[in-house]
Design a protein around this ligand. Structure first.
Ligand SMILES: [Zn+2]
Length: 148
C-alpha cells in the first residue's frame, strides 16, 4: 500500500510531467500562501470549482489539510524542477516525448500514469530522497545549535 506522502507526490509529479505548472502553482498558493480559491482561480484562469477539486484531491491523499500543507510546502521546490514530458503540437494536442505518441492534451495524464508509471515512480522516489536529506540536514543543524 502506498503511503500518503507517496500518493500526494505521485499526484504532483504527474501534473509536473504533463506541464500543468498552473495547477502546481494554484496548490502552492492555497496550501503555502493561504490564498482563497476565487483569487487562485482568477490568477490561473481556472474555475473556483476546479481549484477546490485539486485541493480536495491532495487533502484526500494526504489524509488531512495539515499534512497536505507540509507535503506541498516541502516538495514544491523539487516538483517544480521536473521537466514536462509532453509538448503541445496542434490545437489541443500534445506529443509524448518519452514514446512519441500524439494525443489530446486531456488524456495526457492518463497516458503518463498508464505507460510511464516507472518514470513517475522514479521521480517520486527522488523527491522522497531529497526530502529525507533535507530532514537529516535540519536535524544535524539543530544538533550543532544545542552544542553551541
Ligand atoms: Zn508516452
Amino acid at each position: 500500500m502506498k503511503s500518503s506522502i507517496e500518493a500526494v507526490l505521485e499526484y504532483l509529479v504527474v501534473k509536473a510531467l504533463v506541464g500543468r505548472s498552473d495547477i502546481l502553482n494554484a496548490l502552492q498558493d492555497y496550501f503555502i500562501h493561504n490564498k482563497s480559491p476565487s483569487v487562485i482561480a482568477a490568477r490561473y484562469g481556472l474555475s473556483k470549482h476546479q481549484v477546490r477539486g485539486y485541493v480536495q484531491r491532495v487533502v484526500e491523499k494526504a489524509g488531512s489539510i495539515a499534512k497536505a500543507r507540509v507535503i506541498v510546502r516541502r516538495s514544491s521546490p523539487y516538483v517544480m524542477r521536473i521537466r514536462p514530458v509532453v509538448k503541445h503540437t496542434s490545437y489541443g494536442m500534445v506529443r509524448c516525448l518519452v514514446c512519441g505518441d500524439e494525443m489530446p492534451a486531456l488524456v495526457a495524464e492518463d497516458h503518463v500514469r498508464k505507460y510511464h508509471q516507472g518514470l513517475v515512480e522514479e521521480y517520486v522516489a527522488t523527491v522522497i530522497q531529497l526530502l529525507k536529506r533535507e530532514i537529516r540536514a535540519a536535524r544535524a543543524a539543530k544538533g550543532v545549535d544545542t552544542k553551541a
